[in-house]
Design a protein around this ligand. Structure first.
Ligand code: ADP
Ligand code: MG
Length: 496
């Protein structure tokens, strides 16, 4: 570790202002009792307890941005620390990466990308260049981290070897499925095979009976991957690259740390030279410290907490006298504002989800909701409908807080503020990830934080603002149509 050389952020390694998301969600378990508090908090009581804690992460700058619809997500400082003496040159074009013609075609024809985003430009040479060092990479929500590790996996797989060679581990089934879709699209012309490992009904039986995995890339959630390994269905002998998406959550004690460490050790035993990639928009000090001690001589990319906010997403708070007023705000102000794209309303528990769903449905609004206690099939169906734009408003627990990528989402409502299950302290990372569901790849967005007059909401909000050095504007009167309109105009979502 002493060979780390600090590279001053150069013109190459400079800013991009989009962010990615991760969040702890324990979504794996459906029939089993793995971890249950993630994503969905227990439903003891509607009124979440919220508490307080330290500050850390995001910042919201209110500076004027040029009025392009799509701000280049290129503007925040990513600090690079490279390990050893391998020189890396940032790739300003995909051509600089020496990718196969099949992969180039995937990028241009299928993905319709024109050039790499900042995090792609910096991280891809580190990932692809021998000796294939480990990488810990932090970059903004929506800045294109998926492409970094998907290209990393695809470019390292030997297409002639019909064995698992790349493994990507994600916290939720939704994210595993989404990453699989990206991989299949980007790798369409490569002939590389891939399989998703997420829970299905009847999993015990199907796992025992299934054939060993021959797919070259496997993307899944920890519970299912562990089962496949336990049943000797997933061979590790040829694995050369292991990716953790939402890595801070995958390595947090209240996330999937034990599973993740176990899988890393299992691979390392048979393949000491494998490469680990850890990607997230958030790495709090505790997790950062842990991964830096766990992963040997990695290249590292980090973004300062204050630089993590997305400039293109405006944040607002509104104090509501009563719980019911939050529903009124959503109904009278937010839903009535016309066609402003898709909306995600984040709630804390499945009980809150049902309550908000019911209230809005009774008023004639067409809404859907998703949480961890639903069947796999229902979850998949609701998310697919939303991705296909068949529904406009999705009520979700934190199962969707991290990673979920839907470019048309430009409004996020925090019906409940994100707090830690155990302590009631603000969950800073989850807050940042929820915000990051809007404003994908530099698009415009707005977030409304609905705070109850009584209780801890206001304190939680304050702590979040301080932690990220963020300025969250207040909507002064909770039922003033003019103020909401003004906010959305300011956010660039409504015409003047
Ligand atoms: P992150 O994981 O960093 O939050 P994603 O990988 O989900 O972000 O990417 C966010 C969005 O940006 C996706 O819809 C993706 O298709 C798009 N995107 C990624 N890279 C590029 C690029 N180079 N050019 C254009 N769009 C991109
Ligand atoms: Mg992501």
């Amino acid at each position: 570790m002493s060979d780390t050389v600090e590279k001053v952020p150069t013109a190459e390694a400079s800013s991009s202002s989009v962010e990615a998301s991760i969040t702890g969600e324990n979504t794996e378990p459906t029939t089993t009792t793995e971890k249950t508090k993630w994503g969905d908090v227990e439903d003891d009581d509607e009124e979440e307890s919220d508490a307080v804690s330290e500050l850390k992460y995001l910042s919201i700058k209110d500076e004027e941005k040029p009025e392009s619809i799509l701000d280049e997500p290129e503007d925040s400082n990513i600090k690079a620390v490279t390990s050893g003496d391998t020189p890396y040159t940032s790739a300003s074009r995909f051509e600089d990466l020496n990718l196969s013609p099949e992969l180039m075609k995937g990028l241009y024809v299928e993905m319709k990308f024109e050039k790499p985003s900042k995090i792609q430009a910096i991280s891809l040479p580190m990932i692809i260049t021998p000796p294939h060092k480990h990488l810990i990479a932090q970059a903004h929500n929506g800045s294109g981290k998926t492409t970094c590790f998907v290209l990393g996996m695809l470019s390292r797989v030997d297409p002639s070897l019909r064995q698992p060679q790349a493994l990507c581990i994600c916290p939720t089934r939704e994210l595993a499925n989404q990453n699989m879709e990206v991989l299949q699209k980007m790798g369409k012309f490569t002939g590389i095979t891939a399989e998703v490992a997420v829970p299905e009904s009847n999993q015990g039986v199907t796992t025992a009976r299934r054939a060993p995995v021959s797919a070259q890339v496997v993307i899944g959630t920890p519970g299912t991957l562990k089962k496949w390994m336990a049943f000797k269905k997933l061979g590790l002998n040829h694995l050369k690259i292991l990716v953790f998406d939402e890595a801070d959550h995958m390595l947090a004690t209240d996330g999937f740390r034990d599973d993740s460490l176990r899988i890393m050790k299992d691979i390392e035993r048979v393949n000491p030279n494998y490469q680990v990639l850890l990607f997230s928009a958030t790495f709090n000090e505790t997790v950062k410290d842990f991964v830096q001690r766990t992963v040997k001589s990695p290249n590292q990319l980090f973004v300062k907490r204050e630089d993590l906010a997305l400039d293109s997403v405006k944040q607002y708070k509104v104090v509501c006298p009563k719980e019911q007023d939050k529903i009124e705000v959503i109904k009278d102000q937010i839903m009535e504002l016309g066609d402003i794209g898709q909306t995600i309303i984040f709630v804390k528990t499945k009980v809150s989800a049902s309550k908000v769903h019911k209230a809005l449905a009774e008023m004639g609004y067409d809404v859907t909701s998703v949480h961890g206690s639903m069947s796999q099939e229902d979850r998949d169906k609701i998310v697919k409908e939303f991705k296909d734009c068949l529904t406009q408003v999705l009520i979700a627990t934190d199962v969707l807080a991290r990673g979920f990528d839907q470019q048309r989402v430009n409004l996020v409502v925090n019906y409940n503020m994100p707090t830690k299950y155990e302590t009631g302290e603000p969950d800073y990372e989850v807050y940042l990830h929820r915000v990051g569901r809007a404003g994908r790849f530099g698009r415009k967005g707005a977030v409304f934080n609905l705070l109850l007059e009584n209780g801890n909401d206001k304190e939680v909000m304050e702590k979040i603002e301080r932690y990220f050095g963020a300025q969250v504007k207040e909507i002064k009167s909770w039922n003033s149509e003019e103020e909401y309109k003004g906010a959305l105009k300011e956010a660039g979502l409504l015409d003047e």
